[in-house]
Ligand binder design. Sequence first.
Ligand code: PLP
Length: 424
Amino acid sequence: MKVEEIFQVYKENIMPTYNKVPLIFVKGKGSRLWDIHGKLYLDFFPGWGVGSLGHCHPKVMQGVRDQISKLIFVPNNYYHPFQAKLAKELIYLSFPGKVFFANSGAEANEAAIKLARKFGASTKLSANGEQSRTIGVSTKLSANGEQSRTIGKGRYEIITFQNAFHGRTLAALAATGQEKYQSGFEPMPEGFIQVKFNDLAAVKQAVTDKTVAVMLELIQGEGGVNVADKDFVLALRKLCDEKNLLLIIDEVQTGIGRTAKMFGYQHYGITPDIMTLAKALGGGLPIGVMIAKKELGDILTPGMHASTFGGGPVICRAALGVFKAMQQEKILKNCKNMGEYLLEKLNLLKNAYPLIQEIRGMGLMLGVELSIAGKQIVQKCIQQGLLINCTHDKVLRLMPALNVTKKEIDQAIGIFRSVLANRQ
Ligand SMILES: Cc1ncc(COP(=O)(O)O)c(C=O)c1O
C-alpha cells in the first residue's frame, strides 16, 4: 500500500478513536524506530509504556518465534507449561498469591474490581485490625454461598483518586473517574468514589460500611506523572489493614522495572493485596495480569471470571523473555543509572529554560511540567526525530526503554534543548 492509500483507509475504515500523528512505522530495534520513508526516530515513549526493553528485543523475539513454530493457542480449560512458568515467576518476583491472566490493563483492573466485590460480598468492614485477620476464613466459608446470603449484597464501593487512569472498559472507566473520559457513556457502574490524591483524610472520610477496597496508581501516569507520597501510602496500607479493605495497586504503567524496581510498591515498603500489570510485561504483545495475595487466591472459582486468550502460550513466552532479559542484562540497574542521568540533564534544561516548571517521577518514568501547553513542543521534537508524549496538557512524559544508553539520552536531550531554544 502506498502512503496516501494507508491514510485514506484509516480515514474511511478505522474508527477515529485516537489522536494520530501522521507517521507510519515499519521497523523497530531498541530505542530506534524507522518510518515508511526510512527516516529514523529516537523513541522516548515506546508504546505508552509497553516498550520497556525497546522494540523487538531479541530475547522476546526468540521465545515468540520458538512458540509460534510449535503451538499458538491453548484454551484455558487445559494446561500448558509456559503459563505455569510465568505464573511462578510473577509470584516469585512479587508476593505469595495467585495470578489471573487477561489481555490488557483495563481487563486486569476489571478482574481486580470483580475479585474485590466478590470478597466484599461476604466480609464486613472492621473497626479494628482484629477481624481482618480472619478474612481468609470467612471468605472461604462464603464460597458456597451460605454466608453471603446472610450478609446480603455486602461491600462493593471502591475508593479511587482524582486524575487516576485505570482503563476504558466501563468499570475501569468508573474507577478512572475523570469526566472527560466518562462523558456521554453514562450511567457508569455504581460504587466508585474519587477522592483527592495523597490525601489520607479524604480517604478516611470516604470509607463507609459499603467500602471494600482502595485502588491506587503509585505514579499517576496519564494523570500528569504525580507521585504518591511515601507517608500517604504507608498510612493507606495501615488504614486498609485496620478496616479490612483491600489495597489494589495498579502497576500497569509503573510495573516491570519502570521505576527502577521490579514493581513500584517496592519503593514504599508495603505489599498490595491485589496488583495489576500489563503493558511492559508482554514485551510488545498484549497481556494483562491480576495478582492477588494468598488469602484471596481462591475466591474466584470456575465460571466466575474468564478470558479466552488470557495467558496464551505465545504471550507467556514473550513475558518470560522480558524477565530473562531483565535479569541477564541488569535492566533495573540500568534504569536506575539512566534515570538519574536523564533527571540530571533535564534539571540542567530547567535551569536554562524557565518554562520548565517542575520535573518529577521515578526511575525512567519522568514528567516535565511546563508553564505552557506541551503539544507544540512534542510536535517539534517529533519533526526533529524524537518521540515523546504530553499528558494533562502541560506535562511532557518521557518513558524511554529501560535499556536506553547515555548516548541516546544525550541525543534526545540535544533535540529537546534545540526545540526549547528555538521556541524562546
Ligand atoms: C495505570 C493504567 N492502568 C490501566 C491502563 C489501561 O491499560 P490498557 O490500555 O492496556 O487497557 C493504563 C493505560 O494507559 C494505565 O496507564
